[in-house]
Design a protein around this ligand. Structure first.
Ligand code: SF4
Length: 401
């Protein structure tokens, strides 16, 4: 039992995660009412949409998408289901998609098929006339939920009191709420993605002797190691313990303070899975996402963001074999797009990202039919002050990469 005022909290999405681990052929979308039978709490939706079959949904999405034309841009994250991503005008990782949204000022509406923090980031980068829509408001991110604003503000106050204003700056992964991005903007910090974390950390060390990295301890640790930091120079900040579970002396000596968050999808990968893959295919190349643990990243042949994983595999020679440590929807798509190579997920149990999975095609249809009738459903709004400061932190990132 943890002593002190706070009790550990497990994001609901984390608890839900295993509800969708299933054999691969059962990943195909069913009527929404069927999918909700596993007892999950998703956003309520008009009952008309609950019982439409996958075929009916597909036909109606196709019709309304055509009707809406360039008024709407649909963005699809790599981890989306096939039945949803097929309608995306642009596919990519969170940052690429936000830039895609910003480069389409002719679209009044951006429908973001991803998770909440991504739609917020698009809202920060888009023009003021554009409305960003998230088809299912329950599509959050368990990792982003592990760094709630009040806990981070408490930690920040403690760190400033101990280390002084010049002793530390914040650096947030893209997978955070807009309020945290704004905290970085206000306090001389920066945002990073998994593609530019090394450059962003170098930028930070040119300005401060210490960095608070949040919310993903694994991306932070993997990045620190790439930059040549020693494990002794990194500490983990447990938000449920005083001073994050550290002594003042330990924090003063640290160069990188890692918020104790993780991705429930990427921490499923293990070194045993890598060993098993190497036994099965002696020529296999292992590529893992840097949200995986340090042990997995070090045992892999290479690591990289979703965009890097996609590029490396598509440019690889025919006949090559790839064991991939990232979300199953993307791995399945890469396997289909590269029929001349063997591409498989390192984890034999198929577990999609349960929050990305919440964008069921019924939700996409609901918001698109709303727009066709002039009704904006599920707009994501970022207040002006948060928008201003989070934009500063995002622009700092753009200057270093
Ligand atoms: S894969 Fe992990 S970090 Fe990405 S949206 Fe899902 S839970 Fe969040």
């Amino acid at each position: 039992m943890v002593t002190g005022a706070k009790r550990p909290f497990v994001p609901i999405t984390e608890i839900e995660h295993s509800a969708f681990c299933r054999p691969e052929d059962e990943l195909k979308a069913k009527a929404l009412a069927e999918e909700l039978k596993v007892n999950v709490r998703w956003q309520r939706i008009p009952t008309d949409y609950l019982h439409l079959s996958a075929e009916e949904l597909d036909q109606r999405i196709g019709r309304v998408r055509q009707e809406l034309g360039s008024k709407v841009t649909i963005l699809g994250h790599h981890y989306q289901r096939e039945e949803v991503i097929k309608y995306a005008d642009y596919q990519g990782d969170s940052f690429k998609l936000s830039r895609d949204a910003a480069s389409h000022p002719e679209s009044d509406y951006i429908v973001f098929c991803g998770v909440h923090f991504m739609a917020e980031t698009a809202g920060v980068l888009c023009g003021p006339h554009q409305k960003v829509i998230l088809p299912n408001l329950a599509a959050g991110c368990s990792m982003a939920d592990m760094a709630p604003m009040h806990d981070v503000l408490d930690a920040w106050d403690d760190l400033i009191e101990l280390l002084g204003d010049d002793g530390i700056i914040p650096m947030a992964y893209m997978n955070t709420i807009a309020g945290l991005k704004a905290l970085c903007g206000r306090h001389g910090g920066i945002i990073c993605t998994s593609a530019n974390a090394v450059a962003a950390l170098e930028w930070s060390y040119r300005r401060s002797p210490r960095v608070l990295f949040l919310p993903d301890q694994h991306l932070g640790r993997n990045t620190g190691l790439k930059l040549g930091l020693d494990l002794e120079e990194m500490v983990t900040w447990n938000p449920f313990k005083p001073l994050g579970g550290n002594t003042p002396e330990r924090l003063e000596k640290a160069k990188l303070i890692l918020w104790q968050g993780h991705c429930s999808v990427h921490t499923r990968f293990t070194t045993r899975q890598i060993e098993a893959a190497r036994q099965r295919f002696p020529d296999v190349k292992i590529i893992a996402h840097p949200e995986c643990t340090m042990e997995v990243v070090q045992a892999a042949d290479m690591d990289g963001s979703t965009e890097v994983i996609r590029r490396v595999i598509s440019e690889a020679p025919a006949g090559s074999v790839w064991g991939v440590g990232t979300e199953i929807s993307l791995v399945n798509r890469l396997a289909k797009q590269n029929p001349d190579k063997t591409v498989f997920c390192l984890d034999p149990v198929v577990c999609p990202c349960s929050t990305m999975y919440r964008i069921h095609p019924a939700y996409l249809l609901w918001v698109l039919e709303g727009l066709a009738e002039g009704v904006v459903v599920n707009q994501i709004v970022v207040d002006d002050e948060t928008r201003h400061y989070s934009r500063i932190a995002l622009e700092r990132m753009l200057q270093v990469v």
